[in-house]
Design a protein around this ligand. Structure first.
Ligand SMILES: Cc1ncc(COP(=O)(O)O)c(C=O)c1O
Length: 389
């Protein structure tokens, strides 16, 4: 369990004493498991917004491009440009709103944009006309998530107007489910019926774009009728459940991300000593308190709740007092008698396995009343990503 911090191998260590390990083979394997659920010819768009759900977008995209993803989805134009800078040549769709004033960058880098209103489309067309370059678009339809999208009754007229604009090419049409990760599929089924009715109407009018897509990870896994020409999968690629109660991943997936650190100091404290800012924790017994170099400015939450514990020597080490910006103090008093003295350099696991114990992103999410998506996507860029296996 002791971390190998010798002069010999420190050169292989990341530039910080906390880091994420991203398991390349798990990522490729999860992609293959998703692919095996799809009919031949159905495209798989890998959703790698928010720094690939915290996994590090540039390298994750390179790995997925090599492993056979067909396209990428991101939230913002800036995320798309980061992928182009990383040498990603596959199509990249921006799922969020892109205003006309960002069109030049999208055109220059061959990024596909989402549209859902005529005004923005007109601004994009104007920019594309000036550059004399065609801009590829996907139309977003709101079938019941009530976030982005044109309503189904308004979609045919908008699509017809878009198709009159010479410099715009509407390649795709899509919608997004609000509850495909729930056991009760009534609302998701209703959304899909609305989408299918629209697609049929558009086909009759000769307006249907060639690529229709609706399924996220949960729908990919549990609603095969929704696969259409393409699916958009995020969370399952990373080996995480779409919902930890109602939509668990089947066999064949494993988590890609582990979060590790090393112990940087261990203090022996007498009863009655206070720990960390605000002196919120007062020791009641002789205490061995280990300092770990991770804090809220890494995405390790401070309030109103924190992670609860980390793993050291394969055992839970409870957090003592307040989480600081860059450091946290944990209790190893009960670990040492049975599992050995804790020393500087010992491995700490915040997410992942150690010995027979583990902390999953969902476990951490339960502690702070959120989900696994939130836990991994909040890990900040200053935590180095190390790509292993
Ligand atoms: C529009 C859209 N499509 C697809 C996805 C991928 O969802 P998931 O990570 O559940 O597969 C998301 C993620 O939130 C999304 O916003």
């Amino acid at each position: 369990m002791r971390t190998i911090l010798t002069a010999h191998d420190t050169q292989d260590f990341p530039p910080r004493t906390t880091w994420l390990e991203i398991d390349r083979s798990a990522l490729a394997h999860n992609l293959g498991s998703l692919r095996s659920q799809l009919a031949p010819g159905t495209r798989l768009m890998a959703v790698i917004k928010a720094n690939a759900y915290g996994h590090g977008a540039p390298v994750t995209a390179q790995l997925l491009q090599t492993a056979g993803a067909d396209a990428f989805a991101v939230a913002t134009l800036s995320e798309a440009l980061e992928l182009r800078q990383a040498g990603i040549t596959l199509p990249v769709l921006v799922l969020g709103y892109t205003p006309g004033w960002q069109a030049d960058l999208a055109l220059a880098h061959g990024v596909t944009l989402t549209v859902f209103d005529l005004e923005t489309a007109a601004a994009l067309q104007a920019a594309a006309a000036i550059q004399r370059r065609s801009l590829t678009l996907h139309l977003k339809v709101n079938t019941g998530m009530n976030r982005l999208g044109v309503s189904p009754p308004e979609a045919p007229a908008l699509l017809s107007a878009l198709q009159q604009m010479d410099w715009l090419r509407v390649e795709g049409i899509f919608t997004h489910f609000a509850t495909s990760d729930a056991a009760d599929k009534v609302h998701a089924d209703l959304q899909f019926v609305r989408f299918q009715q629209l697609l049929a109407q558009l086909a009759d009018a000769g307006l249907r774009p060639p690529i229709a897509h609706a399924a996220n990870s949960a729908a990919l896994l549990t609603m095969p009728q929704t696969h259409l020409e393409m699916v958009r999968s995020g969370i399952a690629l990373y080996g995480l459940d779409p919902d930890s109660d109602e939509c668990r991943l089947p066999a064949g997936f494993s988590p890609v991300l582990s979060w590790k650190a090393i112990v940087v100091q261990v203090n022996s404290l007498a009863p009655g000593e206070a720990i960390s800012y605000g002196r919120e924790h007062i020791t009641r017994r002789p205490t061995r308190a280990a300092v770990i170099p991770v804090g809220y400015a890494d995405g390790f939450p401070r309030r109103p709740r924190h992670w609860g514990h980390v793993l050291i020597h394969g055992q839970p080490a409870p957090i003592l007092g307040r989480v600081c910006m860059d450091q946290t103090i944990v209790d190893v008093t009960e670990i040492e008698p049975l599992w050995g003295t804790v020393r500087q350099g010992d491995e700490v696991v915040l997410i992942g396995h150690q010995g027979d114990s583990s902390i999953t992103a969902a476990d951490a999410g339960n502690r702070i009343q959120t989900n696994n998506y939130d836990i991994v996507s909040r890990i900040l860029p200053r935590v180095p990503r190390v790509y292993v296996r």
